[in-house]
Ligand binder design. Structure first.
Ligand code: SAH
Length: 211
Protein backbone atom coordinates (compact mmCIF):
# COMPACT_ATOMS: atom_id res chain seq x y z
CA UNK A 1 0.00 0.00 0.00
CA UNK A 2 1.21 3.53 -0.76
CA UNK A 3 2.59 5.56 2.14
CA UNK A 4 -0.14 8.18 1.66
CA UNK A 5 -2.81 5.52 2.13
CA UNK A 6 -1.02 4.03 5.13
CA UNK A 7 -0.81 7.50 6.66
CA UNK A 8 -4.56 8.01 6.23
CA UNK A 9 -5.19 4.66 7.94
CA UNK A 10 -2.93 5.65 10.84
CA UNK A 11 -4.93 8.86 11.32
CA UNK A 12 -8.13 6.82 11.26
CA UNK A 13 -6.63 4.44 13.84
CA UNK A 14 -5.65 7.31 16.14
CA UNK A 15 -9.15 8.70 15.85
CA UNK A 16 -10.67 5.29 16.67
CA UNK A 17 -8.33 5.03 19.67
CA UNK A 18 -9.75 8.22 21.14
CA UNK A 19 -7.70 11.07 19.69
CA UNK A 20 -10.23 13.81 19.01
CA UNK A 21 -8.05 16.92 18.58
CA UNK A 22 -8.43 17.87 14.90
CA UNK A 23 -5.12 19.76 14.86
CA UNK A 24 -3.24 16.73 16.15
CA UNK A 25 -4.93 14.40 13.66
CA UNK A 26 -4.25 16.92 10.88
CA UNK A 27 -0.54 16.99 11.71
CA UNK A 28 -0.33 13.18 11.64
CA UNK A 29 -1.97 13.32 8.22
CA UNK A 30 0.77 15.61 6.92
CA UNK A 31 4.08 14.33 8.30
CA UNK A 32 5.66 11.38 6.43
CA UNK A 33 6.86 9.06 9.23
CA UNK A 34 8.76 6.93 6.69
CA UNK A 35 11.38 9.70 6.42
CA UNK A 36 12.23 9.58 10.12
CA UNK A 37 12.55 5.82 10.71
CA UNK A 38 15.70 3.89 9.80
CA UNK A 39 15.74 2.58 6.20
CA UNK A 40 15.40 -1.04 7.34
CA UNK A 41 12.11 -0.23 9.15
CA UNK A 42 10.45 1.81 6.41
CA UNK A 43 7.86 -0.90 5.74
CA UNK A 44 6.78 -0.66 9.40
CA UNK A 45 6.70 3.14 9.41
CA UNK A 46 2.91 3.33 9.81
CA UNK A 47 2.48 0.62 12.41
CA UNK A 48 1.27 2.14 15.62
CA UNK A 49 4.40 1.16 17.54
CA UNK A 50 7.75 2.61 18.58
CA UNK A 51 10.74 1.63 16.41
CA UNK A 52 14.48 1.61 17.08
CA UNK A 53 16.53 4.55 15.80
CA UNK A 54 20.30 5.00 16.06
CA UNK A 55 22.22 4.94 19.36
CA UNK A 56 19.73 2.63 21.15
CA UNK A 57 16.98 5.25 21.15
CA UNK A 58 13.45 4.99 19.77
CA UNK A 59 11.02 6.91 17.62
CA UNK A 60 7.96 7.11 19.86
CA UNK A 61 4.72 5.25 19.23
CA UNK A 62 2.30 7.44 17.23
CA UNK A 63 -0.54 6.94 19.74
CA UNK A 64 1.71 8.00 22.64
CA UNK A 65 2.78 11.14 20.77
CA UNK A 66 -0.85 11.89 19.90
CA UNK A 67 -1.93 11.53 23.54
CA UNK A 68 0.85 13.84 24.70
CA UNK A 69 0.16 16.45 22.01
CA UNK A 70 -3.54 16.34 22.87
CA UNK A 71 -2.75 16.99 26.54
CA UNK A 72 -0.64 19.97 25.44
CA UNK A 73 -3.70 21.59 23.79
CA UNK A 74 -1.48 22.92 21.00
CA UNK A 75 -2.48 25.98 19.03
CA UNK A 76 -0.96 28.21 16.38
CA UNK A 77 0.35 30.78 18.91
CA UNK A 78 2.30 28.28 20.97
CA UNK A 79 6.02 28.48 21.57
CA UNK A 80 7.00 24.89 22.36
CA UNK A 81 10.07 23.44 24.07
CA UNK A 82 10.71 19.76 23.23
CA UNK A 83 13.21 17.65 25.14
CA UNK A 84 14.51 14.63 23.18
CA UNK A 85 14.55 15.47 19.46
CA UNK A 86 15.36 11.84 18.61
CA UNK A 87 14.30 11.17 15.03
CA UNK A 88 12.71 14.62 14.65
CA UNK A 89 9.28 13.11 13.81
CA UNK A 90 7.51 14.63 16.80
CA UNK A 91 9.27 17.97 16.20
CA UNK A 92 7.72 18.04 12.73
CA UNK A 93 4.24 17.22 14.08
CA UNK A 94 4.47 20.05 16.61
CA UNK A 95 5.87 22.45 13.99
CA UNK A 96 2.80 21.78 11.82
CA UNK A 97 0.57 23.17 14.58
CA UNK A 98 2.56 25.60 16.72
CA UNK A 99 4.29 28.89 15.95
CA UNK A 100 7.79 27.75 16.91
CA UNK A 101 9.52 24.70 18.32
CA UNK A 102 12.79 24.72 20.26
CA UNK A 103 14.11 21.17 20.50
CA UNK A 104 17.01 19.78 22.54
CA UNK A 105 18.81 16.44 22.00
CA UNK A 106 21.80 15.25 24.00
CA UNK A 107 23.14 12.87 21.33
CA UNK A 108 24.78 14.86 18.57
CA UNK A 109 24.43 12.28 15.74
CA UNK A 110 20.67 12.06 16.34
CA UNK A 111 20.23 15.83 16.40
CA UNK A 112 22.27 16.27 13.22
CA UNK A 113 20.28 13.60 11.37
CA UNK A 114 16.98 15.15 12.49
CA UNK A 115 18.20 18.64 11.55
CA UNK A 116 19.05 17.41 8.05
CA UNK A 117 15.62 15.89 7.45
CA UNK A 118 13.62 18.72 9.01
CA UNK A 119 15.53 21.38 7.07
CA UNK A 120 15.08 19.45 3.85
CA UNK A 121 11.36 19.28 4.62
CA UNK A 122 11.38 23.06 4.71
CA UNK A 123 10.62 23.72 8.39
CA UNK A 124 11.77 27.21 9.32
CA UNK A 125 10.09 27.28 12.74
CA UNK A 126 12.24 24.63 14.45
CA UNK A 127 15.36 25.60 16.42
CA UNK A 128 17.90 23.02 17.59
CA UNK A 129 20.23 22.65 20.51
CA UNK A 130 22.54 19.78 21.38
CA UNK A 131 22.89 19.29 25.13
CA UNK A 132 21.13 18.38 28.35
CA UNK A 133 17.47 19.28 28.06
CA UNK A 134 16.83 19.00 31.79
CA UNK A 135 18.56 22.39 32.03
CA UNK A 136 16.00 23.96 29.69
CA UNK A 137 16.61 26.27 26.75
CA UNK A 138 19.80 28.21 27.39
CA UNK A 139 22.90 29.38 25.53
CA UNK A 140 20.88 28.94 22.37
CA UNK A 141 19.18 31.00 19.69
CA UNK A 142 16.52 32.41 19.80
CA UNK A 143 17.14 33.47 23.41
CA UNK A 144 13.69 32.54 24.71
CA UNK A 145 13.26 32.42 28.45
CA UNK A 146 9.87 30.74 28.69
CA UNK A 147 7.53 28.56 26.70
CA UNK A 148 3.76 28.21 26.57
CA UNK A 149 4.11 24.42 26.17
CA UNK A 150 6.86 21.96 27.12
CA UNK A 151 7.02 18.26 26.14
CA UNK A 152 9.57 15.76 27.42
CA UNK A 153 9.98 12.60 25.31
CA UNK A 154 12.14 10.64 27.75
CA UNK A 155 11.44 9.30 31.24
CA UNK A 156 12.38 11.67 34.07
CA UNK A 157 12.89 10.53 37.67
CA UNK A 158 11.18 13.75 38.78
CA UNK A 159 9.64 16.73 37.01
CA UNK A 160 12.77 18.70 36.00
CA UNK A 161 12.75 21.93 38.10
CA UNK A 162 14.38 24.02 35.37
CA UNK A 163 11.59 23.07 32.98
CA UNK A 164 8.95 24.15 35.49
CA UNK A 165 10.74 27.49 35.72
CA UNK A 166 10.71 27.88 31.93
CA UNK A 167 6.97 27.19 31.74
CA UNK A 168 5.07 30.42 31.03
CA UNK A 169 2.03 31.41 33.03
CA UNK A 170 -0.99 29.35 31.90
CA UNK A 171 1.49 26.99 30.25
CA UNK A 172 1.28 23.20 30.09
CA UNK A 173 4.15 20.72 30.57
CA UNK A 174 3.80 17.01 29.72
CA UNK A 175 6.44 14.59 31.00
CA UNK A 176 6.70 10.84 31.72
CA UNK A 177 7.84 10.39 35.33
CA UNK A 178 9.25 7.22 36.89
CA UNK A 179 12.40 5.23 37.41
CA UNK A 180 11.32 1.77 36.22
CA UNK A 181 10.32 0.30 32.87
CA UNK A 182 6.87 1.87 33.23
CA UNK A 183 6.33 5.52 33.99
CA UNK A 184 3.32 7.72 34.61
CA UNK A 185 2.47 10.53 32.23
CA UNK A 186 2.39 13.76 34.25
CA UNK A 187 0.71 16.96 33.14
CA UNK A 188 1.70 20.19 34.85
CA UNK A 189 -0.29 23.41 34.52
CA UNK A 190 1.19 26.68 35.78
CA UNK A 191 -1.31 29.27 36.93
CA UNK A 192 -0.71 32.33 39.14
CA UNK A 193 2.69 30.96 40.09
CA UNK A 194 1.19 27.64 41.25
CA UNK A 195 1.85 24.30 39.61
CA UNK A 196 -0.96 21.75 39.40
CA UNK A 197 0.15 18.21 38.58
CA UNK A 198 -2.20 15.49 37.31
CA UNK A 199 -1.38 11.89 36.36
CA UNK A 200 -2.58 10.30 33.12
CA UNK A 201 -1.78 6.61 32.95
CA UNK A 202 1.21 4.42 32.24
CA UNK A 203 3.78 4.80 29.48
CA UNK A 204 7.26 3.56 28.54
CA UNK A 205 10.08 5.83 27.39
CA UNK A 206 13.86 5.66 27.18
CA UNK A 207 15.43 7.39 30.19
CA UNK A 208 16.06 11.12 30.35
CA UNK A 209 19.80 11.25 30.92
CA UNK A 210 21.01 14.25 32.86
CA UNK A 211 24.68 15.15 32.48
N1 SAH B 1 10.07 12.17 20.09
C1 SAH B 1 11.28 11.47 19.70
C2 SAH B 1 11.66 10.57 20.84
C3 SAH B 1 13.05 10.13 20.83
S1 SAH B 1 13.50 9.08 22.17
C4 SAH B 1 10.97 10.67 18.45
O1 SAH B 1 9.81 10.33 18.26
O2 SAH B 1 11.87 10.38 17.67
C5 SAH B 1 14.01 10.24 23.40
C6 SAH B 1 15.25 11.04 23.06
O3 SAH B 1 15.58 11.79 24.24
C7 SAH B 1 16.48 10.22 22.73
O4 SAH B 1 16.94 10.59 21.46
C8 SAH B 1 17.49 10.60 23.82
O5 SAH B 1 18.82 10.69 23.37
C9 SAH B 1 16.98 11.97 24.25
N2 SAH B 1 17.40 12.40 25.59
C10 SAH B 1 17.55 11.66 26.71
N3 SAH B 1 17.94 12.44 27.75
C11 SAH B 1 18.04 13.71 27.26
C12 SAH B 1 18.39 14.97 27.83
N4 SAH B 1 18.73 15.09 29.12
N5 SAH B 1 18.38 16.06 27.04
C13 SAH B 1 18.03 15.98 25.73
N6 SAH B 1 17.69 14.82 25.12
C14 SAH B 1 17.69 13.69 25.88
Amino acid sequence: MRFDDQRRLLVQDLHNLGIADAKVLGAFGKVPRELYVLPQYVEYAYRNQPLPIEMSQTISQPLMIAIMLQYLELGEDDLVLEIGTGSGYQSALIAEIAREVCTIERLEPLSLRAQGILKEQGYKNIHFRIGDGTQGWQKAFPPYKEFSKIIVSAAASEIPPRLKEQLASDGILVVPVGRGYMQILNRVVRQDGEYTVTEHGGCTFVPLVST
